[in-house]
Write a protein that binds this ligand. Structure first.
Ligand SMILES: C[S@@+](CC[C@H](N)C(=O)[O-])C[C@H]1O[C@@H](n2cnc3c(N)ncnc32)[C@H](O)[C@@H]1O
Length: 200
């Protein structure tokens, strides 16, 4: 039986459409498996991050846009109360299967940055990796405000995402150079085709 909860609160129709795919449509099992492989994470990297954030048995961690759930599963394996939140049902199904393989049962929530209804106590740690860029500027601000409300006083927020350091006028050149150098051969990371299908 699935343990993925529908944890979204109603939002006005004019709210940002979080459930419409941005870039690659991750609505297929195959695409999710590729994403998991390319995400270049794993138990060692997750443990290093969890150590750094002070996540131990009994900590409450919320990972927003958890994707295939490796950080959440690793937190649960050390006894934390771990919550993984993502808009993608396929991502959550993959994450849930990963948890089952490791004999842990984190709480999975199908929800977005903007509509996640947190029904547990305040979190000690909130993380989000490689995802906040999906929201335009105003909505990022709203998401960060809502994220702060999840934390206990003195809790820790960890954000990992893309930061561009070039002037706006140089965007075309820099973005093209970045894509040209970031693409990898099939099986070793995101490919040329994957970078070039991100525009919709
Ligand atoms: C590049 S993946 C990163 C996954 C994971 N955080 C990691 O580091 O492996 C981006 C994730 O963000 C999710 N996502 C996109 N927009 C979202 C939103 N508005 N709210 C929550 N999750 C979102 C996608 O479904 C996807 O799982």
């Amino acid at each position: 039986m699935s343990s993925i909860h529908g944890s979204a609160r109603p939002r006005p129709v004019w709210s940002f459409p979080e459930y419409e795919p941005v870039g690659i449509d991750l609505g297929s099992r195959a695409a999710v498996a590729v994403c998991d492989r390319n995400q270049d994470t794993g138990p060692d990297a997750d443990d290093a991050l969890l150590d750094r954030l002070g996540v131990t048995a009994g900590s409450r961690l919320v990972d927003l846009a958890c994707g295939t759930g490796s950080l959440v599963v690793q937190a649960a394996r050390r006894g934390a109360e771990a919550h993984g939140v993502d808009v993608s049902a396929e991502m959550l199904a993959f994450a849930e299967a990963r948890a089952r393989r490791h004999g842990v049962a984190p709480r999975w929530h199908r929800a977005g940055f903007l509509d996640y209804a947190h029904r547990a106590g305040p979190a000690d740690v909130v993380t989000t990796k490689s995802a906040l860029h999906q929201l335009p500027g105003f909505w990022k601000q709203q998401a960060l405000r809502d994220t702060a409300a999840l934390l206990r006083p003195g809790g820790t927020f960890y954000l990992y995402d893309i930061v561009f350091s070039f002037a706006p006028d140089a965007a075309d050149t820099h973005l093209q150079r970045w894509i040209d150098t970031a693409e990898r051969p099939e099986g070793e990371g995101f490919t040329h085709a994957e970078y070039h299908c991100r525009r919709r």
